[in-house]
Design a protein around this ligand. Structure first.
Ligand code: NAD
Length: 269
């Protein structure tokens, strides 16, 4: 049986870890040729190597999504190697937490925006022309539950993810109006067990230690399904949006959050 993205060429940013890594693995298993990009030059090549060894098609390209120069090179490389791009998953992101917004430096605010929002803008600006050459395609942008609801302590992160949500809808409308066959949707994960939680810097400089977050404990209380989600559970939603199974879906938001956005449930002691 053909894979769900058989024969398609897919780019995944932030593809070396967590949700991005799970998407890269799933796309490759489902028959796509995957270009994983990331600043992580250790995990990225190892991932591509594992996939290739298992018979899949994946390469790793080092990329900082905030560099426009690098975006131009990445798209040129994809065009040269494959001549097309069918799927683009704009996933790279970071979270910077501060006790209160008054503690946030402008430097950290700008860093948060540069990766989570400028990076997504640049991905679309530079990938869309190549995607349009073949008259169909899917763009998936990684937002967050924090792009739908307020997140105290993560207000800058939340602002970027809210921005991504409406950016996705606006680009979906631009593509629909252009009749270019490209669909654009956002994904909104809740609390997902990935390395991001150990990387969230706290303190006014953003360069402090990891936040002392007990993920399972937090998820047990906050999530109606009573547990944190797994990266693979987000990847399966991304696969749906990337594949032709969602051919009538554009401008929409896929919430994968164990029920958090719907409400709360009383917890048994
Ligand atoms: N884990 C969660 O609970 C959760 C919830 C909602 C949304 N998200 C979003 O999902 C996406 C993936 O996060 P994750 O949980 O897999 O985290 P992660 O830290 O495991 O993966 C993020 C990846 O992005 C890469 N990255 C960071 N800065 C980069 C840059 N400038 N250029 C290129 N790559 C860069 C990192 O090296 C890393 O490999 C992010 O956009 C995040 O905001 C995560």
């Amino acid at each position: 049986m053909a894979g769900q993205v058989e024969g398609k060429v897919a780019l995944v940013t932030g593809g070396a870890s967590g949700i991005g890594e799970a998407v890269v693995e799933l796309f490759a298993r489902e028959g796509a040729t995957v270009i994983a990009t990331d600043i992580d030059e250790l995990r990225g090549p190892a991932l591509a190597g594992r996939i290739t060894k298992a018979g899949g098609k994946a390469i790793f390209l080092e990329q900082d999504v905030t560099s426009e120069e690098r975006w131009i090179e990445i798209v040129a490389e994809i065009s040269k190697r494959y001549g097309r791009l069918d799927i683009m998953v704009s996933n790279a992101g970071i979270g910077i937490a501060v006790p209160s917004i008054v503690d946030m430096t402008l430097t950290d605010w700008r860093k948060q925006n540069a990766i989570n929002l400028d990076g997504v803008f640049l991905s679309v600006k530079h990938c869309l022309p190549l995607m349009r050459k073949h008259g169909s395609g899917s763009i998936v942008m990684m937002s967050s539950l924090a792009g739908l609801r307020g997140a105290p302590g993560l207000s800058a992160y939340s602002a970027t993810k809210g921005g991504v949500r409406l950016f996705a809808k606006s680009i979906a409308m631009e593509c629909a109006a252009a009749g270019d066959g490209i669909r654009v949707n956002s994904v909104h994960p809740g609390i997902i067990d990935t390395p991001i939680w150990g990387k969230i810097p706290t303190g006014a400089t953003g360069a402090g230690q990891n936040a002392p977050i007990d993920l399972e404990e937090r998820a047990k209380v906050a999530t109606p399904l009573g547990r944190a989600g797994q990266a693979a559970e987000i990847a399966s939603g991304v696969l749906y949006l990337a594949s032709d199974a969602s051919r009538y879906v554009t401008g929409s938001e896929l919430v994968i959050d164990g029920g958090m956005n719907a409400g709360g449930v009383p917890r048994r002691a």
